[in-house]
Design a protein around this ligand. Structure first.
Ligand SMILES: Cc1ncc(COP(=O)(O)O)c(C=O)c1O
Length: 366
């Protein structure tokens, strides 16, 4: 070959494929990436107006004011925090720091697609543990542990299925892991979960040496475009991440906006309440149309287009996309009969339900 070629593992991989393209002249309803329904907090937007003044300066390597603000808000120890350019960067850094050639890392069957991708990029072998009814199966994960297992990834709640494991189930998973295996609890959607038996994983971090929790400002805080994620873990884990990750991954604008956003309780409450109304509403409307939605505690739904309806999820996605509504096909996750869509505004949800009804050839009158 007469040109540079990447490592064979990389050459065989396909890049992450979001469905975010805005190539229509009509208005676009973007329900394909689990972004916030209302746009960002007005308080977060307001602080950005002055950010240009200092953009010639590198940001702080570790944004201390943000760590302290998060510590106060969630009752956590700021010294255990690590920040990255989205939690995607931290996922990749975990793989690069803890997984070597031929090491194994376990993720659930329908776990977030960046896990197997990042494991492979690091040279490791992703091991998929089958779900039971689209829910993570703790026993299936534990059965797959070998001498080569280094990391277990758990998205809780999980994207794309929307299901979650209770505190008891996560504790059982942790109890079954040898101390030298790192448990990554990715709680990207924690802020949306209103369940007594749910825990974001921070308790385990505070009590054990082999757990890191990941969080993001991309979902409830609606700041995906600024790219800011954080991890909460013991020093021997975060120290390794500091070596691997880029030093200035948490940019100045994102940090300033994040400090303002976590202080905007009105926006946070409004976003959670909106989701508690419109997520079940959307699921119920789809069920009326004969579609099946997986139970979800998040701001998105995985919707099944049963074969009996004679119309596939792929056709539905195309029909919606032609009308300016972006959803996410699930073929990449091995579930081609499903679409995933996030919860947008009331108007957007009414439009998407009506458009799906139209697609299925029914006319809704309400
Ligand atoms: C479970 C999960 N983890 C991590 C991420 C990545 O988030 P970020 O925007 O912080 O990189 C996502 C984004 O969709 C996600 O669903």
């Amino acid at each position: 070959m007469n040109y540079p070629t990447p490592r064979s593992t990389i050459a065989e991989m396909v890049r992450y494929q979001p469905n975010l393209s805005v190539n229509k002249s009509q208005r676009v309803i973007r329900l394909s990436a689990n972004e916030g329904a209302f746009g960002p907090s007005p308080k977060a937007k307001a602080v950005l107006t002055n950010i240009g003044e200092n953009m010639h300066w590198y940001p702080e390597e570790e944004p201390l004011a943000l760590a302290e603000a998060l510590g106060k808000k969630y009752n956590l120890d700021p010294s255990k925090m690590v920040f990255g350019c989205g939690s995607d960067e931290l996922i990749m850094s975990i793989c690069q720091a803890f997984i070597g050639p031929d090491d194994e890392a376990i993720h659930s069957e329908y776990g977030f697609v960046m896990y197997p991708m990042s494991i492979k990029v690091a040279g490791g072998r992703p091991i998929s543990a089958p779900d039971v009814n689209y829910k993570v199966d703790v026993d299936a994960i534990l059965e797959r542990i070998t001498d080569r297992t280094r990391v277990v990834f758990l998205a809780n709640p999980n994207n794309p299925t929307g299901s979650y494991l209770s505190r008891t189930e996560v504790n059982k998973l942790h109890r079954g892991l040898p101390n030298n295996i790192l448990l990554v609890i990715d709680s990207a959607y924690a802020e949306f979960v209103v369940r007594n038996d749910y825990s974001d994983g921070s308790e385990l971090v505070d009590n054990f040496d082999n757990v890191i929790m990941l969080r993001t400002f991309s979902k409830l805080y609606a700041m995906a475009g600024l790219r800011l994620g954080w991890g909460y873990g013991p020093a021997h884990v975060t120290d390794a991440l500091h070596v691997v990750k880029q030093p200035f991954g948490a940019n100045r604008a994102a940090v300033e906006a994040a400090i303002a956003a976590i202080d905007d309780q009105e926006f946070i409450d409004k976003s959670v309440e909106h989701n508690l109304i419109w997520q079940p509403w959307t699921a119920a409307e789809f069920e009326k149309l004969g579609l099946k939605c997986l139970p979800s505690v998040t701001n998105f739904l995985m919707v099944k287009f049963p074969q009996e309806l004679g119309s596939s999820a792929e056709d539905a996605s195309k029909y919606l996309s032609d009308r300016g509504i972006l959803t996410r096909g699930m073929s990449g996750y091995g579930a081609p009969e499903y679409l995933r869509l996030s919860i947008g505004t009331e108007e957007e949800m009414r439009t998407v339900v009506n458009t799906v009804a139209e697609f299925l050839g029914r006319v809704r009158t309400d």
